[in-house]
Design a binder for this molecule. Structure first.
Ligand SMILES: NC(=O)c1ccc[n+]([C@@H]2O[C@H](COP(=O)([O-])OP(=O)(O)OC[C@H]3O[C@@H](n4cnc5c(N)ncnc54)[C@H](OP(=O)(O)O)[C@@H]3O)[C@@H](O)[C@H]2O)c1
Length: 481
């Protein structure tokens, strides 16, 4: 990063004149907040006089901007520690991890220039200007957006059931960041592993209250949802194997959802309930899958198919969602469901949940050849909040960023982390021929993103999710390399 100072008004005027012909210029340019941008790596030395001229002009402009940072394109890999450190030094991001995270996850540079002879030697300069203006606008709108978002929950009280869970912890974090007062339920208040990470979140001291509640106890949620405007019902057992699926999975999922909704029906202040359902209640039926098939919100899992296939977790989620829709219709509850795929991404809680453990197993044991519907936990949490805040939100929202084979996920990890020495084939495949050494065992298909995108979700690239999962597992000492 290079830092420059002392803006020169003549260059600023030139810049504005140039800009006004290409892009719409904000009425007032606040140069104190401007950040110029150059591509990394800087262009190689050249003999071309046009390139030299452009480079000189560009350097001159850089010199006259307060700060110059080098930005990689979004999603082009890991941000270097130097780059992150440079960004953190900017006033705009100081002590504001939320804005920085938002920027890193959302900034996207304008498309590369289309060469036009009429723009001759200004081409590079003009494109540079566009980028400069883009960053300026982005930061300004980030500020505005952050303020809007921060205000969106001020004075509002909402409830999150199963608050200590993997997805719920992120929902609580984002809600607190937006100014909401959160009433979270946990099964046991005396287990610090379930509460400490929540109590240490920014804003928790002032605006987070935790309560004990159990899905299996009728009326357990009555006092917690009382006085709330919104309820996020995430609590449900997440187990893929069970010796007693009725008691361990189906009853808590189904009865628990009915219990929570029953409590909500008694509270007139509740405007909407957002239920964490799953792709498990969308995609599991006898319908054929192929690369042309697009699974969307009109699909429903078939309980008979789930039971016959011994997919009891899928059965529990299908029955729970079905019961929720029925109860909501009969009791006039405004219900929205979020149906995430296989959720990966950084952990806030200190223990492994099922999918983080699956990520760890993928790294240790290699791919199993199955197709997964990957989605980032931060996108899932945000979708819950948008489903509550966007008044036009309704129905179900499939939430899947990437459908791919687990061997592809391992390939990405191998490129990101050569030091991990990931296995080429599933360790168990040595004993089980059906697993075909991690090669695809089922066809690919698609999951529609339309509805989720209409809610305002920009899916995090799988590379970023996998990288952040590994970093988080490493940071929490589940992974050493
Ligand atoms: N992870 C995924 O890939 C994924 C995908 C789609 C949908 N989902 C759904 O997302 C929700 C959260 O899952 P997660 O991945 O975040 O898993 P998680 O970390 O295991 O969270 C599950 C939560 O449910 C709570 N819970 C379970 N049984 C309960 C009971 N009888 N009474 C009260 N609370 C109970 C757990 O409480 P304790 O902490 O006390 O155990 C925990 O807080 C679930 O509804 C799950 O079906 C997850």
């Amino acid at each position: 990063m290079a830092v420059f100072s002392s803006p020169s008004s003549s260059v600023v005027t030139v810049v504005l004149l140039l800009l006004s012909s290409v892009v719409s210029v904000p009425a007032v340019l606040d140069f104190d907040k401007c950040v110029a941008l150059r591509f990394a790596p800087p262009p190689p030395p050249t003999d071309d006089p046009e390139a030299i001229r452009s480079a000189r002009l560009r350097d001159m402009l850089c010199r006259d901007m307060e700060r110059v940072i080098y930005l990689p394109y979004r999603g082009t890999g890991k941000h270097s520690p130097q780059y992150l450190a440079a960004l953190k030094k900017l006033d705009i991001f100081k002590n504001n991890d939320y804005a920085l995270d938002y920027f890193l996850r959302n900034h996207e540079l304008p498309p590369p220039p289309s060469p036009s002879p009429s723009r001759c030697h200004f081409v590079q300069i003009l494109d540079f200007q566009k980028i400069y203006i883009y960053i300026y606008k982005f930061l300004n709108s980030t500020f505005r957006q952050r303020e809007r978002e921060r205000m969106s929950g001020a004075g509002k009280v909402v409830c999150v059931t199963g608050a200590s869970g993997y997805i719920a912890s992120w929902i609580v974090k984002l809600l607190l960041d937006r100014g909401y007062t959160v009433k979270g339920t946990v099964r046991s208040l005396s287990d610090p592993k379930k509460t400490d990470h929540l109590l240490s979140l920014h804003g928790a001291k002032e605006r987070l209250q935790l309560f004990e509640a159990n899905l299996m106890e009728e009326g357990s949620f009555d006092s917690v949802v009382d006085g709330c405007e919104g309820v996020f019902h995430t609590a449900s057992p997440v187990l893929l194997e069970s010796s007693n699926p009725q008691d361990e999975l189906i009853k808590p999922a189904l009865k628990g959802t009915q219990n929570v909704l029953c409590s909500c029906a008694k509270v007139p202040s509740i405007k909407r309930v957002v239920l964490t359902s799953s792709m498990a209640s969308v995609a599991f039926n006898n319908r054929p899958r192929s690369p042309d098939v697009v699974i969307d919100e009109t699909w429903f899992s078939d309980p008979v198919y789930c039971e016959e296939s011994k997919l009891f977790y899928h059965l529990s989620k299908t029955l729970a969602e079905d019961a929720a829709w029925k109860f909501a219709r009969e009791n006039g509850i405004d219900l929205v469901t979020i149906n995430p795929g296989w959720v990966f991404g950084p952990l806030l809680q200190p223990t492994l949940n099922l999918t983080s453990e699956a990520a760890l197993n993928l790294i240790k044991n290699g791919p199993d050849g199955a197709v997964y519907r990957y989605v980032d936990v931060r996108d899932v949490a945000l979708a819950h909040i948008l489903a509550y805040e966007v008044s036009s939100a309704s129905g179900r929202y499939c939430l899947v960023g990437t459908v791919t084979n687990s061997s592809e996920a391992v390939n990405i990890l191998r490129k990101l982390y050569p030091a991990l020495k990931l296995p080429e084939r599933l360790v168990w495949a040595f004993y089980d021929d059906r697993l075909e050494d991690g090669k695809p065992t089922e066809p690919l298909y698609q999951v529609s993103k339309k509805k989720a995108e209409s809610l305002g979700i920009h899916f995090t690239p799988l590379e970023v999710t996998l990288r952040d999962t590994v970093e988080s597992l490493k940071e929490k000492n589940f992974l050493q390399f």
